[in-house]
Write a protein that binds this ligand. Sequence first.
Ligand code: AMP
Length: 290
Amino acid sequence: MEVITTVNDLEIRIKELAGKTIGFVPTMGFLHDGHLSLVKAAKQENAVVIMSIFVNPLQFGPDEDFDLYPRDELRDSRIAEENGVTILFIPQVAEMYPNDFAINMQVENEQVNVLCGRSRIGHFDGVITVLTKLFNLVQPTNVYFGLKDAQQFAIVNTLIASLNFPIHLVGLPTVRESDGLAKSSRNVYLSETERVSAISLSKALKLGQQLLVDGMKNHAIIINEVSDYILNNTSATIDYIELLHYPSLTEITSPINGQVVLAVAVHFKKARLIDNIILQSNGAVIDRIN
Ligand code: AMP
């Protein structure tokens, strides 16, 4: 595996790879099995796998965990190599955002006014700005994202369509711990008791799914049940619980139909955790999108 840390070195390598299929997995590092599931698919479907590790300051609010975000480049490099990454790109903040950096991307549609976009103002603008840069640099054939970040996936889909990136987008299932907790680099912030009760997030989503399976069509009732379950089983405070059309992320105003996302975000003492489930209106799970 080759580790590249400068834009210039990456550009040289990308030119040399002309004609080969490139599978790209953008991450913020502190790798876990969720990231590695994306690498596995990229490896199966492309000649070359490029992973980026970049904790992107632009997508963190002033009161968020940019400085605290867990980082371990040595461990990540070893894991990436063991899992078949061809090129690991670890750019520096100063090179990605030099002092004269002057253009920011902005999400303009309704997809940004809900879920994490509502509680993390500017977050998705930061996400699409860095992805635009990374897509231009890496020039991937296929990009791989986790559906754990369902809103991010929906917005990246819009980014690729709006700016005509010649890139195929693949969304893969959320990888979970054996008790159901979605794997996340931020799980290290949980205390022991919080870690135990954090399984209530996935349990609550399953409860919501079961209601759809049982024929429930009223979204407010589903949200109430999910909310009660989380409040009764954790010490967390709820940031949001929403059930929206997917991937448009528009409100459900009539009996539920089509594809929907049931998404939750909660705050524990140090950790803000998100989880979701993408479903057909009959409760069938959608866990790969491409
Ligand atoms: P992050 O490093 O958190 O920015 O995540 C990088 C990529 O890994 C994103 O596409 C995430 O959606 C994906 N990812 C993170 N956690 C998981 C998980 N538990 N299962 C599947 N994909 C994940």
